[in-house]
Design a protein around this ligand. Structure first.
Ligand SMILES: Cc1cc2nc3c(=O)[nH]c(=O)nc-3n(C[C@H](O)[C@H](O)[C@H](O)COP(=O)(O)OP(=O)(O)OC[C@H]3O[C@@H](n4cnc5c(N)ncnc54)[C@H](O)[C@@H]3O)c2cc1C
Length: 483
């Protein structure tokens, strides 16, 4: 998020000085690291949670279209940055990977078919295919079908335009660019607190973790892009906008295989349906990953619990985040989210064989010996005050801005890194409304053509944008090569 924001700022204000403080000794070692997230370019092509069935059985594509539009901003901006030489060879960070949805049972097949019937007419989803024919699904993803019972009813959709993204690689390349443009990147420097001066500027209190030296840096604008560390820093700033917010950490875990025989048989990201009552981020998926040019398969996520807000955080993160203003909403969430608590308890008690059996629902031939469990990143789910319910758990991201737009930060995880461009343009629009409405928007619109207009309402524009970004990012060419 910080790399994206810094690079956006450099496009419009190359004269502004930017300093970045990162507590670890390298960038992108937390959630953004390739192995700490699933690398899905979230475009709602395969994730059912963006198009749930309403109580009356109706389906609306609005949320799915919204998420897809947000991802198109990322595709367009990354294409521009490749053309400008800011991002390198696209195969280092984005790879064509069809997005599939796979469901079992009559009711789920009926739902998937109805979802397909609606989405296939939406321009951004025009390449979606549906099948309930085992032979066709086996052609798309053989591991889903191999040795599955002949009596089972199942169906799948497939979108060729899906992607796998190494967000860690994007981040490294953006920081290389920022440093080359004069930004100062201080690794091993932890921000301890933020304090506003009477003149409206911010004092950023920083500790050098190697030398234990302390410094105070003064800034006109601060972006708290600290992932799981953002809540405590925003709390230290004492802006009223953070009042009522809390966080609940859930660790992500994945089964991973590098076995070349298995990897060669699966070229897709296959999302299923979350169990009843389970949260959206628990949706199981069997995923091709491409990291450093090497393919692997991930299955998960499984959930774990640690009170740390960062993978390399402290057990004090959760208790230390409790304040008088958020204890009410947090307790309310704790007393009402029984389905989440039941889901978490089930996950924590699951044996290795139970975990493998979940994988076998997607890949019946899976052998325990081929798969190792890896621990991914920490997701800090947002809990916030709600006027009606007292407190609610929110699964999306929340941008907090305050102090006349002189500070902003990002809480939450999903849809995450895929929509960093949308989220960070939103930060700039909120915090610098005059500049944004003036010269900046001309530059941003030149770099991100569908900004402010969208694509889905204009079939020709949608087709042209998908084709152009696919061309620059080498997606269709590499898809053909790998076929
Ligand atoms: C299991 C899992 C799966 C996911 N899957 C996907 C996916 O498939 N697609 C997708 O788009 N998104 C996914 N996400 C979400 C995505 O990874 C995040 O939304 C995104 O990476 C967050 O980026 P960030 O820059 O906000 O945070 P981070 O990448 O966590 O970066 C925050 C940085 O701030 C540093 N920091 C923290 N505190 C301090 C401090 N006090 N001082 C200095 N530095 C500090 C940290 O060391 C870290 O480097 C997933 C997340 C998880 C956990």
């Amino acid at each position: 998020m910080s790399a994206t924001l810094g690079t956006l700022i450099k496009q419009v204000q190359p004269d502004w000085s930017i300093e970045v403080f990162e507590s670890r000794t390298a960038v992108a070692t937390e959630s953004t690291n390739a192995w700490n997230n699933a690398g899905t370019g979230h475009a709602a092509l395969c994730e059912l949670n963006y198009m749930p069935e309403a109580a009356d059985g109706s389906l609306s594509p609005a949320k799915a279209i919204d998420i897809n539009e947000q991802f198109q901003l990322s595709r367009q901006w990354w294409s521009t940055l490749v053309q400008k030489g800011i991002l390198g060879d696209p195969s280092t960070f984005i790879n064509p990977t069809p997005h599939m949805t796979f469901v079992r049972g009559e009711a789920n097949v009926d739902y998937l078919r109805r979802r397909f019937e609606i989405l296939k007419d939406e321009p951004l989803f025009a390449d979606m295919e549906f099948s309930d024919d085992p032979a066709q699904i086996a052609e798309w993803a053989p591991l889903l079908v191999d040795r599955r019972s002949k009596d089972e009813v199942f169906a799948a959709t497939r979108s060729e335009s899906g992607t796998d993204v190494d967000f860690g690689a994007v981040t490294h390349q953006l920081f290389d660019y920022l440093v080359s443009q004069g930004a100062k990147l201080h690794l091993g420097h932890q921000v301890r607190k933020l304090k506003r001066r009477a003149d409206g500027t911010w004092d950023v209190f920083v500790r050098n973790l190697a030398g234990y030296g302390k410094q105070v840096v003064n800034a006109k604008f601060v972006f708290v892009g600290a992932g799981g560390g953002a809540l405590s820093l925003l709390q230290s700033s004492k802006i009223p906008e953070i009042s009522g917010f809390g966080g609940f950490p859930i660790s992500g875990k994945f089964l991973k295989t590098d076995n070349p025989e298995i990897v060669a048989q699966h070229k897709a990201k296959v999302y299923g349906k979350a169990a009843v009552g389970a949260p959206p981020m628990s949706v199981p998926h069997l995923d091709t990953r491409v990291v450093d040019g090497k393919e692997s398969i991930l299955f998960g996520p499984y959930a774990g619990f640690s009170p740390n807000f960062l993978k390399k955080g402290s057990w004090w993160d959760l208790p230390g985040s409790i304040r008088a203003h958020n204890i009410g909403p947090m307790l309310k969430v704790g007393l009402t989210q029984w389905s989440l608590e039941k889901y978490l308890a089930g996950e924590l008690m699951a044996s290795r064989e139970t975990q493998m059996n979940t994988l076998r629902e997607y890949m019946p031939t899976a052998r325990t010996a081929d798969w190792e469990m890896i621990t991914a990143g920490q997701r800090v789910q947002v809990m916030k005050k709600d006027p009606e319910k007292g407190g609610i758990l929110q699964f999306g991201t929340e941008v907090i801005t305050g102090a006349e737009g002189s500070i902003a930060g990002l809480l939450g995880a999903s849809p995450g890194a895929s929509t960093a461009v949308y989220a960070m343009l939103g930060v700039l629009e909120k915090c610098f409304p005059e500049q944004y409405a003036g010269e900046w928007s001309k530059t941003f619109t030149a770099q991100v053509p569908s900004l402010g207009t969208g694509l889905n309402g204009d079939p020709e524009a949608a087709r042209a944008s998908l084709a152009a970004t696919s061309e620059v990012l080498g997606l269709s060419r590499r898809a053909v090569e790998s076929a």
